[in-house]
Design a protein around this ligand. Structure first.
Ligand code: NAD
Length: 282
């Protein structure tokens, strides 16, 4: 893990609001977000900052993490970034030790770092792509959970949200590794929630449908025709904005969700509600 002292220039943002402008439900609290350099993780980091949190923005992409931290500071929030590959146990362990020694607490964590990869039928897929996907999307969440939970168990409180996906709830063509990794995240969430509920630690997951981030934008692995068909099939008639996922994560981590344990909160514009059979609407 590297902890750069300087930050990269701020990127253009779709602002999640000025720090402190909406509420202060995380004032004085330390929140860690992985995959904070882009997409959903960046939106979540900004939303936690708006709620008064001291945010630790983690990503393996140094420039992305630094840009998020800079954007938060520009909004008046407290934020540092750490460069961490969540698939490395050594780096994850060091990440939690760093948070502990610098801030003395870890109130909430959003284990969100993930990769998409290309679409391919299972029989034509390469084992190397499977290994790469599982290493980040599943082992990465497992490693973060293990070290965060050990820390939170010692302090006696905490809330964690893992980013799963609707691909972790239903089967999806050509997404064997991704779907397996996200089903795994759902399973890990439930086990971790059961094992820690009596220790004052809540573990939940968010399951987004299709969100407008680099992962789903043209060039992110979905071919344009398929992308158009997917977005057209969403009952809400559009993909999600990253900020719409961030709101669910912040709520799950907040005291307002104090009795929500082991839940997988689907935020998908209705994608998994119906039977998938197209028909003319009203
Ligand atoms: N975009 C969608 O439609 C969608 C839908 C459901 C679930 N998700 C999940 O949401 C999460 C965030 O995805 P996104 O859409 O914001 O994508 P994104 O590509 O915009 O952001 C992912 C971030 O994770 C970081 N990352 C990747 N591997 C990492 C690693 N090993 N260690 C640390 N950081 C790493 C990347 O550098 C990037 O900044 C992922 O887990 C993804 O599977 C996305």
């Amino acid at each position: 893990m590297r902890t750069p002292a300087t930050s990269e220039p701020e990127r253009a943002e779709t602002a999640a609001g000025e720090a402190g402008s909406e509420g202060a439900s995380f004032r004085g609290r330390v929140v860690l977000v992985t995959g904070a350099g882009s997409g959903i993780g960046r939106a979540t980091a900004l939303a936690f900052g708006r709620e008064g949190a001291h945010v630790v923005a983690v990503d393996r992409d140094a420039a992305g993490a630094a840009a998020t931290a800079e954007a938060l500071r520009a909004r008046g929030a407290r934020c540092e970034h750490l460069v961490v590959d969540v698939s490395s146990e050594e780096q994850v362990q060091e990440m939690i030790e760093t948070v502990g020694s610098r801030y003395g607490r870890l109130d909430a964590a959003h284990n969100n770092a993930g990769i998409g990869g290309s679409l391919e039928p299972l029989v034509r897929s390469e084992k190397a792509s499977w290994d790469a996907m599982i290493a980040v999307n599943l082992t990465g969440v497992y490693l973060c959970l293990r070290h965060e939970l050990a820390y939170m168990a010692r302090q006696g409180y905490g809330a964690i949200v893992n980013t799963a996906s609707t691909a972790g709830l239903t089967g999806a063509f050509d997404l064997a590794a991704y779907g397996a990794s996200k089903h795994g995240v759902v399973g890990l969430t439930r086990v971790a929630a059961l094992e820690h509920a009596r220790l004052g630690i809540r573990v939940n997951a968010v399951a987004p449908g299709y969100v407008h981030t680099p992962m789903t934008e043209p060039g992110g692995g979905l071919d344009p025709e398929r992308r158009a068909a997917i977005f057209a099939a969403i009952p809400a008639g559009r993909g999600a904005r990253p900020e719409e996922i961030a709101e669910a994560v912040v709520w799950l981590c907040s005291d307002r969700a104090s009795y929500v344990v082991g839940h997988v909160l689907v935020v998908d514009g209705g994608l998994t509600v119906g039977d998938g059979i197209p028909a003319d609407g009203p």
